[in-house]
Design a protein around this ligand. Structure first.
Ligand code: GLN
Length: 541
């Protein structure tokens, strides 16, 4: 029997609902339950694929090629359950499906309305594509009280009725602000937000109360009284030293116990030893390294969420703290900017889109190559590494990417055809933007004797992709003669997946996004190896 936990947020946004959901998922999993996590996003975009990382943070890509909300990254990292297309939906997707049905005549002339048509489509989404999970945790994006969230709240209200108390639970995340002049943690915003939820017919079953300091017992009792929940269902969620501590803290505060009680379930206590081990490694590192990230969206850390997590995982694998130095690549377009890279132990150019700052990225690659600093290029970072190598080592002076307009030698060009699972996929050069990239998991073959092969320890890998352009295989020989080799390719040998410079201590570019598959308990081998190379470099300087 699948049970549903609906997670809503109140008071303010950015309370870490995604992390809270992921942490609860991991606790239930540690008690032996099978879980799946889903996110319902009230915004109108059909998916986050076309949204600016500045506004919405990173676009997380699943194995099955969905462009999803970054919270799905938290879910995967905390539970190791691979997310799917069917785990994230938006108002835009719901409406476009309903409108398509209406155009086909599926509704037989009915007047299409928010209730029941939109709410039914939301309910169908929540219940679809499940495989005997014990729990589905369903996070509602936004904050209670947002206009666009109403159909989602109505849908989960109805589901609560239909499934019954024994199969549905409402968990509400709120904030208890501390007012310095009063010297008190205040409960009123929480009371109001629970009331707001009640106004749409949902009585919260438990409250997860974010606060930056201990919440006094009388305040907890007051929340229980005013919000119509049991005292044990008011669960403090205090700021943690590291995100990996969150599941441990929630457990100590009784969250998973209360969830089990709500559903009348007996379950052994969770084994949290792997979390404790990760926390110990993060809080008591044996050393530290600094990695420069030379990118475009460096002003908003969420734009590279999985990347910074994966670098942390690389640190966990090597027992070091990884300090990140975020640098806007545009600064490298002025002469003296290399000083920013002098004291770092590794340089990483992440994925990105568009011409702005591209020459700065190329300058950062050149610095790493010439100074023999560990270099890791991801997607655009690989493409820029190849352009730099082509220009500086292979003498192809006009090398560039056709993403930035016509160029003399388009070493990186628009990809219009490739194969997936034996089928030919085609794109038109003048096609639309949404959902038109090479997306999701693709296999690659690694060449024996290369560093990539040694790092992965296998010949066959599968990694997630999200790009339109591709390094052109026609330049393979010229690049190889200049010392840049393709150490991983698509199984049909048509697309380069990994490039490396064997004569450099650690210079690797990958066309895919390895950061999406790194987990705290299973750091991605490329990140573990990159950080090991940075440690080595740190000892040299
Ligand atoms: N803009 C490049 C492309 O579309 C790289 C994309 C990326 O880095 N994710 O191919």
């Amino acid at each position: 029997m699948t049970r549903f936990i609906f997670i809503t947020g109140g008071v303010v946004s950015s309370l870490g609902k995604g992390l809270a959901s992921a942490a609860l998922g991991s606790l239930l999993q540690a008690r032996g339950f099978k879980v799946r996590l889903r996110k319902l996003d009230p915004y109108i975009n059909v998916d986050p694929g076309t949204m600016s990382p500045y506004q919405h943070g990173e676009v997380y890509v699943t194995d099955d090629g969905a462009e999803t909300d970054l919270d799905l990254g938290h879910y995967e990292r905390f539970t190791c359950v691979d997310a799917r297309q069917s785990d994230n939906v938006t108002t835009g997707r719901i409406y476009s499906d309903v409108i398509a049905k209406e155009r086909r005549g599926d509704y037989l002339g009915a007047t299409i309305q928010v209730i029941p048509h939109i709410t039914n489509a939301i309910k169908e989404f929540v219940l679809a594509d499940l495989d005997d999970e014990d729990f589905v945790l369903c996070e509602i994006g936004g904050t209670v009280g947002d206009i666009e969230g109403l159909p989602f709240l109505e849908a989960i209200r109805q589901l609560g009725n239909e499934l019954g108390h024994e199969r549905a639970m409402y968990l509400h995340l709120t904030l208890l602000p501390y007012i310095p002049t009063a010297g008190e943690v205040k409960t009123k915003p929480t009371q109001h937000s629970v009331k707001e939820l009640l106004a749409v017919g949902i009585q919260a079953d438990a409250l997860l109360c974010r606060a930056d300091r201990k919440i006094p017992e009388p305040e907890l009792a007051k929340i229980a009284l005013f919000c119509n929940v049991g005292e044990e269902d008011v669960i403090p969620a205090l700021d943690a030293k590291t995100i990996y501590e969150v599941p441990i803290n929630y457990h100590e505060q009784g969250l998973d116990r209360q969830v089990c009680r709500h559903f009348g379930l007996e379950a052994p206590p969770p084994d949290l030893s792997r979390w404790r081990e990760v926390v110990a490694r993060v809080t008591e590192p044996e050393g530290e390294v600094t990695i420069a990230i030379v990118g475009k969206y460096t002003g908003l850390k969420d734009a590279y969420k999985s990347l910074s997590e994966a670098l942390d995982h690389g640190g966990i694998a090597n027992n070091v703290r990884v300090n990140l130095k975020w640098l806007d690549s545009e600064i490298f377009e002025s002469e003296d900017a290399v000083q920013h890279l002098e004291n770092v132990n590794g340089i990483l150019v992440p994925g990105g889109f568009g011409e702005r700052g591209a020459e700065g990225k190329i300058a950062a690659v050149r610095f790493a190559r010439e100074r023999k600093a560990p270099y890791f290029g991801i997607c655009l970072g690989m493409q820029m590494a190849v352009v730099e190598g082509a220009r500086s080592l292979a003498g192809i002076k006009g090398a560039g990417s056709s993403e930035f307009g016509p160029c003399e030698d388009p070493i990186v060009g628009l990809m219009t055809e490739w194969t997936k699972d034996g089928n030919l996929e085609r794109r038109r050069a003048d096609g639309g933007m949404g959902g038109t990239m090479r997306l999701g998991a693709y296999d690659a073959k690694l060449i024996e004797g290369t560093r990539a092969h040694e790092i992965y320890g296998t010949e066959d890998i599968s990694e997630r992709h999200r790009h339109r352009y591709e390094v052109n295989m026609a330049y393979e020989q010229a690049l190889a003669a200049a010392g840049i080799i393709f150490s991983g390719k698509s199984p049909d040998g048509v697309l380069p997946e990994i490039v490396e410079i064997p004569s450099h201590p650690w210079f690797i570019g990958v066309q895919f996004h390895p950061e999406l598959k790194s987990r705290p308990f299973m750091p991605h081998p490329l990140f573990a190896s990159f950080i090991a190379a940075a440690i080595h470099q740190a000892r040299l300087v």
